[in-house]
Structure formats: structure tokens, C-alpha cells
Design a protein around this ligand. Sequence first.
Ligand code: SF4
Ligand code: SF4
Length: 252
Amino acid sequence: MLDAWQYIRAQRFVVARFGRQFTASREYAEIDITYRCNLKCFNCNRSCTQAPSRTDMPIATIAGFIEQSLDQGVRWKRIRLLGGEPTLHKRIFEIVGLLNKYRAEHNPDLRLVLGTNFHGRQVREVIARLPENVVIKSTLKTSRKNLFRPFNNAPCDRPFYHWADYASGCRIIAECGLGVTPSGYFMCAIAGGIDRIFGYNLGRQRLPVADDPLADQMGAYCRVCGHFGFQWPTRKRKLSPTWRTAYARLKQ
Ligand code: SF4
Ligand code: SF4
């Protein structure tokens, strides 16, 4: 239902009448600390299966994010550590320590969450050693066939989206928050994963200021993202021509 409304709300004539629905969050942030993953799910929205990578976010990027948040007076309500599988980052304990220090000194109400697939011994051992004040959100994945939106079914490959205003974004911007990724800051972390494949280089290299609408990012990344508008979740692998070409180019 929400997706159907999202589809209608993103049509150009509706946007022209009512304006864009979503702006970058100043309350929630998701940090993709690594693109390593020990699972190979179909339709992974960070392309960990389609284009595996061992990219880890440097600690300095997270320190910079904290510093710039303080400079701009942004008081995050929730920060999620994600990936890939975040527990596979070799310096996960330092990262958690840095964010816990930020919480203790500047933002005691912060909810610090780590999202994990909870798959395999190594992952579980790391989780067991994390401080108790980190909330663990486990997706408990056991196979490659999870019920996901067909991330690689690009709206721009479908006539159904002919009248869409891609710069409208989707509700993930509001629900999940700002993306802090190895390629920079984006309106959502998924866009950072898309940038890794398409190389548009539109990530901001510093925390975006409050009046940056990030509309250029939405216009570029949402047009290829299967979360845009309305699509039924599926357990089957789906790959539309734009994505097929992009992965092939990356492999070359
Ligand atoms: S566990 Fe998550 S990050 Fe890893 S392949 Fe599956 S969807 Fe992607
Ligand atoms: S890139 Fe995808 S998840 Fe992010 S705002 Fe656009 S449609 Fe939503």
C-alpha cells in the first residue's frame, strides 16, 4: 500500500503540484562500514553478491563523520552500522568504541544499532564480544534466497516509470536515514552501494549541510534502484539490462 502511494507520489505531475516528499535525514544515519559479506544473497542491495568487494571504511571516515556532526550541531537519534556484514570489518571494535565515546561525551540519547546476518561462527563470536549498549538487529539469514525487493530491476528499464520524477527519492530516505559510505555521503546508504557500481561520483565528501537537497543524487541513483516506486518482493534473482551492463563494465 505504502509502495503504491510512493509510486503515485513520485509521478512528475504530482511532484510539480505538491513538491518533493523526502529530504535527507538529520536524525538517522546508516554507516556501511564494509562491503565484505559471508553470504551471497540474490538481489543484495549493496551488490555484495553481484560484484563482491573487500572494501572497508577507514576509521578516519567515521572520526570525520563524528567531527562534522558536532560542527554542524547534528544530534543523531539513531546510527546503524551496516554493510555488507559489519562484523567482518577488521577494526569493528575500534569503530564501536569511537561511536560509544561520541555517545558518552556528546549524545547520551543516541541509539547505536548493528545490523547483522548472524550467519557463521566468526560473525557470532564478534557479536558476543560487543558492548551491551549496542543494539543488535539480526536478519537471521541462512540461505541466498531471501525475500527482497528486486533491487537490480532498474525503473529506467521499465515503461511503467516513464513519467516518474526520480529526484523524489523513496521512503528509505526518511526511515533509514543518511548514508555514510566508502564513496561519501548520500541521501541513503543504498545510493553509496550503487555508486560503487556506476561510478557517478556524486557522493558528498563532507556531511551535507542542512539545505543541500541532494536532488542530483536522487535523480541519478533512484532511476536504477529497485526500491523506487512499487515492486513486489521476490526470492528470485532479477537483473534488468542497465544493471547487466553496469556489472559487466565493472568486471572489465
Ligand atoms: S547478508 Fe546482507 S549484505 Fe550480505 S549478501 Fe545478503 S543482503 Fe547482501
Ligand atoms: S537510491 Fe533507492 S533506496 Fe535510495 S532513495 Fe533512491 S530509490 Fe530509495
